[in-house]
Design a protein around this ligand. Structure first.
Ligand code: ZN
Length: 364
């Protein structure tokens, strides 16, 4: 495959070996050294240390110019243009053109939900987009004339938290992103651990209640059916439909229509002090802690960093998660427990991580 690529695009083949090494196996020391000493060394654009990160979501595409310290110095965004791969590529090209008009950009990192191959070149599957075995990097490097790296969005966010956020200094870090579902990723000894085929980290689909709620993956009882923003919304709608007096504030916020209640509604009401919404968040937090205890049994991390939209609930979510984690941890009392911290970088973590991964890969 590389030989064929080199005939079509010598530039791609040249950077591929360097990139594969960095993406799949950089050491902490090497990355820190590259970051601190600026050993990028591939022309003026790379010397600038600036990279573009692009986070492709189901509804919007967010992009930013990211410097060596993880700061986003310029941003742009577009609506996700349906699922047509060519239309998505076109939006990426537009964003890179716009953001590189007055910055020297060395590389581009793309983060998206889905599975990327280990080389960071092909999208094997993306749930929200029509990419199936799509050689996205080759197409984009031809269009953008820069090194491109593809990353799973949860991997990119975890990398950003390890480099610049709440996971700094932790050699065995597990990151959980709580949104509509649950994203998972690991940064172990300074590299993103992606498993044998590049599809590790699907913690949201550990079956936690056999025969439980149906999941879009096809199974029943997955963790993300109990500990995600969608789960919080579903439980709140059920409570409101039961016409319980405790759901009075939820119904008022939804103008009397339970169908419009979402996880965001619950989080906002809980922060304003609504008791029922706080109970709902506590339930989700307990499921979160139980799943984290399962992960600790398997992975023994030093720290969990919890990010994603549901984290707007802060300690209302994480305090019950810590209690359930402590209560269910295998060998509790006889082992140091992992710490559980909220993510530090917010919704930009994905684009910051994608940009930084591309810069590190292109610099080796
Ligand atoms: Zn599932």
């Amino acid at each position: 495959m590389h030989a064929e690529r080199s005939r079509r695009n010598p530039h791609s083949a040249r950077v591929a070996a360097r990139r594969q090494d960095a993406w799949a196996g950089s050491s902490t020391r090497a990355i820190r050294s590259a970051a601190v000493h600026g050993k990028v060394g591939r022309g003026a654009r790379a010397e600038s240390g600036l990279a573009i990160g692009i986070d492709i979501g189901g509804t919007k595409v967010a992009a930013g110019v990211v410097d060596r310290s993880g700061a986003v110095i310029r941003e742009a965004r577009r609506l996700t243009p349906g699922t047509d791969p060519r239309a998505v590529e076109q939006v990426i090209v537009e964003l890179v053109d716009e953001l590189s008009s007055d910055h020297a950009i060395g590389s581009v990192g793309i983060g998206a939900a889905g599975w990327m191959d280990l080389d960071g070149g092909t999208v094997l599957f993306s749930p929200h987009l029509a990419w199936r075995n799509e050689p996205l990097r080759e197409n984009l490097e031809r269009l953008l004339r820069r090194p491109v790296l593809l990353a799973n969005d949860a991997d990119a966010a975890a990398w950003a938290e390890w480099r610049f956020g709440a996971g700094q200094g932790e050699d065995r870090l597990v990151c959980i992103t709580l949104g509509t579902g649950i994203g998972g990723a690991m940064v172990i000894d300074g590299r993103v651990e992606r498993g044998r085929w590049g599809v590790a980290g699907e913690f949201g689909h550990q079956i936690i209640v056999p025969g439980g709620h149906r999941c879009e993956c096809g199974n029943r009882g997955c963790w993300e059916q109990y500990a995600s923003g969608n789960a919080l919304g579903r439980e709140a709608r059920e409570l409101a439909r039961a016409n319980s007096p405790v759901a009075q504030e939820l119904l008022r916020a939804a103008n009397g229509n339970p169908d419009t209640i979402s996880g965001i509604t619950v989080t906002e009401l809980a922060r304003a002090g609504d008791a029922a919404s706080r109970e709902l968040l506590e339930d989700v937090g307990e499921w979160l802690g139980l799943g984290l205890a399962n992960l600790a049994a398997a992975l023994d991390p030093g720290k969990f960093v919890i990010g994603g939209g549901l984290c707007d609930a802060g300690e209302l979510l994480v305090a019950p998660a810590r209690r359930a984690f402590a209560r269910n941890l295998t060998g509790r009392g006889f082992r140091p427990p992992a710490t559980i911290a909220l993510a530090a970088l917010g919704p930009r973590a994905g684009l910051i991580g994608a940009a930084d991964l591309s810069r590190v890969a292109a610099s080796r």
